[in-house]
Design a protein around this ligand. Structure first.
Ligand code: HEC
Ligand code: HEC
Length: 209
């Protein structure tokens, strides 16, 4: 009896995960997955982040930032430059399809690649809470994106880019400057790795799409 129940649960789970895996990628989203990975789960070899949990308001803002050349134009911003042409070519209709796709895909959680001091990172994260939320869920009114659920290697690169002025230097957006300012408080890479290791422990269920 128990075995039958267990097997039916297993079958249910398999068909459920298959159904999720079988969501067809709309043709306008296919080029994005080439860099951002299957189901937009992020792809380290292309340095392209996970998009699957990002809210539409943040994605739209970033596309507009690339289009306005506030991001991706600094001479040392090699990964930003990879993204720039796609943002330039993106139509509002295609962007809408990206949002619709993101609303239904549920790719597996990202792999942890950084192993810092989580307890120390939790203390350091106090200085991020006001803008990014206690659960790393992001705060739309402050234009601060969710951090929970994002690839750790990407978060590290962005913190380095904000601190060194590679990201933000060309932006006319005042909320971007709040992040440039916040990054200056991080004294070194160890601080960044510890904070990100803590962020990786946060549940991203509260993130909105
Ligand atoms: C040629 C590779 C490539 C393609 C194609 C591409 N991207 Fe990107 N994208 C990147 C890289 C690399 C980054 C990281 C930029 C950085 O490091 O600042 C990025 C960053 C982004 C960001 C910013 C994410 C964040 O957290 O700030 C968004 C949004 C985005 N891409 C959306 C898209 C969409 C939508 C498409 C398809 C229309 C697309 N990308 C196609 C490489 C690509
Ligand atoms: C005053 C508000 C504020 C504080 C404090 C703040 N941030 Fe941010 N953060 C932002 C905003 C706004 C953005 C979006 C910038 C943009 O649009 O390019 C951002 C973006 C980021 C990004 C890039 C995410 C992505 O998907 O590309 C990372 C990583 C980040 N913050 C980490 C942190 C960490 C870690 C801390 C604490 C040390 C912190 N932030 C503190 C406002 C803040």
């Amino acid at each position: 009896m128990y075995r039958i129940i267990a097997i039916s649960f297993m079958l249910l789970f398999v068909s459920f995960s298959n159904a999720q895996n079988m969501i067809a990628t709309p043709s306008s989203v296919v080029p994005c997955t080439v860099c951002h990975g299957t189901q937009l789960m992020g792809n380290k070899s292309n340095e392209a982040p996970r998009l699957a949990e990002l809210p539409a308001w943040y994605i739209e803002r970033q596309i507009n930032e690339f289009k306005a050349q506030g991001r991706g134009v600094h001479p040392d911003d090699h990964s930003g430059a990879e993204m720039l042409p796609s943002a330039m070519l993106l139509t509002p209709e295609a962007l809408q399809e990206v949002f619709e796709f993101i609303a239904v895909v549920k790719p597996p959680q990202p792999e942890k690649t950084l192993h810092g001091d989580i307890e120390r990172g939790k203390q350091l994260y106090m200085q991020c809470v006001a803008c990014h939320g206690a659960a790393g869920e992001g705060v739309e009114i402050l234009k601060a994106p969710p951090l929970a659920g994002q690839n750790d290697w990407y978060l590290l690169k962005q913190l380095q880019h904000f601190k060194s002025g590679v990201r933000g230097a060309n932006s006319k957006d005042s909320s971007v400057q709040t992040m440039v300012f916040a990054s200056k408080a991080l004294s070194n890479e160890t601080d960044m790795i510890d904070i990100i290791s803590y962020i990786s422990t946060l549940n991203n269920e509260t993130g909105t799409n």
